[in-house]
Ligand binder design. Structure first.
Ligand SMILES: Nc1ncnc2c1ncn2[C@@H]1O[C@H](COP(=O)(O)OP(=O)(O)OP(=O)(O)O)[C@@H](O)[C@H]1O
Ligand SMILES: [Mg+2]
Length: 241
């Protein structure tokens, strides 16, 4: 199929019908593309991701994956359609082992397929193979993010949504996570990633989107956006678009 993998058009979404948080958002992500979603605290970045995977109310607009409208579908249908999601917090089971976490991510497939995909996860992230019998709660922050991403890949998504994968990580661990994500996108997966770390997030990505009050106000190639003086102004709450 030509055209972008994900197309969001005029999306209105939130937690209450009469209080839109995402308010007229349009954006796209292509296969093999890594797009970073930036914006001040409370801009609606996490809510936008939750809307794409059916976790909040969608009051208007369209969410299309390969042309198929997913607006308002339940989460299991969004996942079945090819969306993988790593939430901002509590994204691994701390009382389950690494391997059990991966198995949980493969829920809904056959045990045989789950075994194959766990083997693929270990081949991609040898660190997880080493730690397979350790509890999720015993991993470092960076290792947990890798586990959370590997778990989301268990359903072989075409679009991966990552909410602040570098939060709380030292710069080196953050770079390792970004490198892993780049590898995933190079393999054909479209990635939409929320980041607080503007500079590192843009450096890792192809394109950037700045969301303010539930709406994209700047959209550009990552390199251009990194040099755009309006970037800081948007974060400071000034009107830029
Ligand atoms: N479960 C919820 N119920 C009601 N309102 C919520 C809920 N979660 C978030 N909100 C509100 O939605 C708005 C946007 O929140 P959201 O978490 O999407 O922002 P964000 O851009 O991800 O911010 P941050 O950078 O702090 O993660 C905020 O005003 C927040 O208070
Ligand atoms: Mg958030």
């Amino acid at each position: 199929m030509n055209g972008p993998l994900l197309e969001v058009h005029d999306l209105v979404a939130g937690y209450h019908r009469d209080l839109p948080i995402v308010d007229g958002a349009s954006l796209s992500v292509s296969a093999s593309e890594m797009v970073v979603l930036l914006g001040p605290n409370g801009a609606g970045k996490s809510t936008l991701m939750k809307a794409i995977c059916g976790l909040v109310l969608v009051m208007g607009g369209a969410i299309r994956l390969d042309g198929r409208d997913l607006a308002g579908v339940p989460t299991h249908a969004a996942i079945a359609a090819g969306i993988g999601y790593v939430p901002q917090v509590q994204n691994v089971f701390v009382t389950l082992t690494v391997e059990e976490n991966l198995r949980a991510g493969g829920f809904g497939t056959t045990p045989q397929v789950t075994r194959e995909r766990i083997a693929e996860a270990y081949a991609r992230f040898p660190l997880l193979a080493e730690k397979r019998r350790q509890l999720g709660g015993a991993l470092s922050g960076g290792q947990r993010q890798v586990l959370a991403i590997a778990r989301a890949l268990m359903t072989q998504p075409r679009l991966l949504l990552l909410d602040e994968p570098s939060a709380g990580l030292a710069p080196k661990a953050a770079q390792e996570v970004f490198a892993a994500v780049r590898g995933i996108s190079a393999g054909g997966v479209g990635v939409l990633m929320v980041e607080q770390n503007v500079k590192a997030g843009l450096a890792a990505s192809d394109r950037g989107i700045v969301l303010v009050q539930g709406r994209p106000v700047l959209v550009d190639k990552a390199e251009a956006l990194a040099r755009d003086p309006r970037l800081t102004r948007a974060f400071l709450g000034e009107r830029v678009a």
